[in-house]
Design a protein around this ligand. Structure first.
Ligand code: SF4
Ligand code: SF4
Length: 360
């Protein structure tokens, strides 16, 4: 009786989400120079989301049409990834993930096409092998492109457009000049969508200068190039989105979709965004008492993990409706009538000192 009552209660106030992001692994075969995975490698302990935990998600899939299997790791390193995709597809969901592309063998590609995966995001940090490989260490640009060409070939053979290829280009000062070549590359690999994003979690102080929003004298130059690429992309019927490059200190519009999406991390914890995923700060080197830090506007801040509950023992509806989670989301409510001067002192420090809040 109690269980039935709890189920009915859960139906009331259940969220409608644009997507649920699920961190299926925190293992990675890459060593990108800017990634916390690489920079904290001495304290990082990789974890896999077990399939029994993934099954706990099933009742919550009805809250969303889209499941994105992504976190701090390479999704294809979870041995159950195909089963996870199948479970979501059986429920009629749109499914995607982003990969570094190194594990896209012919066999894997055929399985993904058979499963009718909807989106495959590809991470890039250059449009030449020299630049990309220098930044995304442990990955190989030429191998990535030939894997994507194989994907194109197999999709043509099977007469399908799925999975759609989306390119995720990390803009840095040292690779920005190569972004101009992204459209020919997108056409070559059949990508119809490109997102140019920023380095927003800066763990290594030496990389601060690489973030293009910190290159304030050149913002007009970056803007004009990005607009030019967007216009050219539109002619080619390719969607080109970009973040920034200018920052707005008073902004309360976080780049993440806090109000209509959530992240479920590798342990089942419900987290508003990956930048405050507790996996980033839970591991310490022996004898290391300090939390890992990140750099914001030249100052160092401890990385903070925030979780509002765990799907292992609570329903997503219950977690979503907790007072503290509702209050967290309220800071980003666009209909809020209070001014940034009133809100910012109340906002968690990790969001105040976050480049994504500023529009990056
Ligand atoms: S492939 Fe992704 S998770 Fe792996 S090191 Fe690179 S950025 Fe980090
Ligand atoms: S402001 Fe930053 S830390 Fe806060 S929710 Fe947005 S992305 Fe996450």
């Amino acid at each position: 009786m109690f269980k039935w009552f709890k189920k009915q209660l859960d139906k009331i106030g259940s969220p409608t989400l644009d997507w649920v992001q699920v961190e299926v692994t925190t293992h990675c075969n890459g060593a990108c120079i800017y990634c916390p995975h690489t920079l904290m490698k001495n304290r990082w302990t990789g974890k896999q989301m077990p399939i029994d935990l993934f099954h706990k998600l099933l009742p919550f899939l009805k809250y969303t049409d889209m499941v994105y299997l992504q976190g701090w790791g390479e999704p294809l390193l979870n041995n159950d990834i195909f089963e996870m995709i199948r479970i979501c597809k059986d429920q009629g969901k749109c499914v995607g993930f982003t990969t570094n592309g190194m594990l896209l063998t012919e066999d894997t590609i055929r399985k993904l096409v058979d499963l009718e995966l909807d989106i495959i995001g590809i991470s890039l940090a250059g449009t030449t092998a020299t630049t990309h490989n220098q930044i995304r260490k442990g990955t190989d640009f030429n191998k990535l492109i030939s894997n994507l060409e194989l994907l194109c070939k197999i999709k043509t053979e099977r007469k399908t457009h799925a999975p759609a290829v989306h390119l995720a280009y990390l803009m840095l000062r040292s690779n920005f000049h190569e972004l101009k070549e992204i459209l020919p590359l997108a056409k070559r690999v059949g990508a119809k969508q490109i997102v140019a994003g920023n380095l927003t979690l800066i763990v290594d102080p030496k990389l601060s200068a690489e973030a293009i929003f910190n290159d304030t004298k050149q913002i007009n130059y970056y803007n004009s190039i990005l607009k030019e690429i967007k216009d050219k992309a539109a002619i080619e019927n390719i969607i080109f989105d970009y973040h920034g490059p200018g920052l707005d200190d008073a902004s309360l519009r976080c780049r993440e979709n806090i109000l209509h999406a959530c992240v479920i991390n590798v342990k089942g914890e419900v987290v508003p965004c990956v930048l405050i995923d507790p996996v980033l700060c839970e591991n310490r080197e022996p004898g290391d008492r300090n939390a890992p830090c990140y750099i914001f506007k030249g100052q160092s801040f401890p990385i903070r993990g925030i979780s509002f509950g765990n799907i292992r023992n609570e329903s997503l509806t219950h977690i979503w409706n907790k007072k503290e989670y509702s209050e967290f989301r309220e800071f980003f409510n666009p209909n809020i009538t209070r001014s940034p001067e009133q809100i910012l002192p109340e906002m968690p420090q990790c969001c105040v000192t976050c480049y994504k809040r500023l529009g990056a």
